[in-house]
Design a protein around this ligand. Structure first.
Ligand SMILES: Nc1ncnc2c1ncn2[C@@H]1O[C@H](COP(=O)(O)OP(=O)(O)OP(=O)(O)O)[C@@H](O)[C@H]1O
Ligand SMILES: N[C@@H](CCO)C(=O)O
Length: 231
């Protein structure tokens, strides 16, 4: 039985989408070399009233209006999907540690940490696939287009390949132990939505074939353990 004051929390790591040749298809979770946290944390608690509080280094970049905050939108969506409406309300704290619009999957971090913390609080009500669909829905609303290459690695960890199968929407890829990622990000925000708007709507057949070849070779070499050829 759910109790007022019952708590849960979750951390979601930063991620890099578009890894190598996988535009919208390959995403990797990022772990700091010193083991420190690089990502957002969300604490949730059953309470008398719904409430969102932002804290952490980048709390000031979160929208003032809670309804605009993706963490809160995650809660709204989660709540709307619950069949049992008798659950108590939720007090939520978003510990925002990633800059926004930086290309580090900041929006995905807040969405993944929020939904994961909520699912823990609500006794793992939703399956991983349900969770991923909800994560994609919120990311799509924020970025103007459905893409899972930040939410999937932030949720599952590692290097993830997006699959068209609804039964198995992501596939975990082997990552060579010797690979490290150097991350550079700008000191200004560049919204994903804006960046996607300038992309062509259609692509040349030769480019599509070349991309399919490059992606296939990348995956094949990873599974063969040929890290140099994959890179
Ligand atoms: N909790 C939140 N965390 C991050 N962004 C948020 C949050 N709430 C609302 N937003 C809004 O969502 C948008 C996120 O932008 P964008 O997707 O470009 O950021 P990003 O996740 O850092 O980038 P990328 O997906 O390229 O790594 C911004 O307009 C931001 O104001
Ligand atoms: N694949 C996404 C990653 C950034 O969210 C894009 O390029 O828009």
């Amino acid at each position: 039985m759910s109790q007022i004051g019952q708590r849960a929390s979750a951390f979601a790591p930063a991620s890099s989408g578009n890894v190598s040749v996988g535009f919208d298809l390959l995403g990797a979770a990022l772990l700091r070399i010193d083991g420190g946290e690089l990502g957002d944390r969300v604490n949730v608690e059953f309470a008398e009233q719904d409430e969102l509080k932002n804290s952490g280094e980048y709390a000031h970049v979160c929208p003032d209006d809670a309804e605009q905050n993706l963490a809160w939108q995650a809660y709204r969506l989660f709540r709307s999907k619950l069949a049992n409406e008798s659950f108590p309300k939720v007090k939520m704290e978003l510990v925002k540690s990633l800059p926004v619009g930086s290309g580090l999957g900041s929006s995905a971090c807040s969405v993944v940490a929020s939904l994961t913390a909520l699912n823990r609080l609500f006794g793992h009500y939703f399956s991983d696939n349900d969770m991923l669909l909800m994560m994609g829905e919120i990311e799509a609303a924020a970025s103007g287009d459905l893409h899972y290459d930040n939410v999937a690695p932030s949720y599952f960890g590692g290097l993830q390949l997006m699959s068209p199968s609804t039964d198995e929407p992501v596939l975990d890829l082997p990552i060579p132990d010797q690979w490290y990622v150097v991350v550079a990000f700008p000191s200004f925000a560049f919204p994903t939505k804006q960046a996607r708007e300038v992309l062509p709507k259609q692509y040349d057949k030769h480019d599509v074939i070349a991309n399919a070849q490059n992606l296939s070779v990348f995956i094949t070499q990873l599974f063969k353990g040929q890290q140099v050829k994959a890179a």
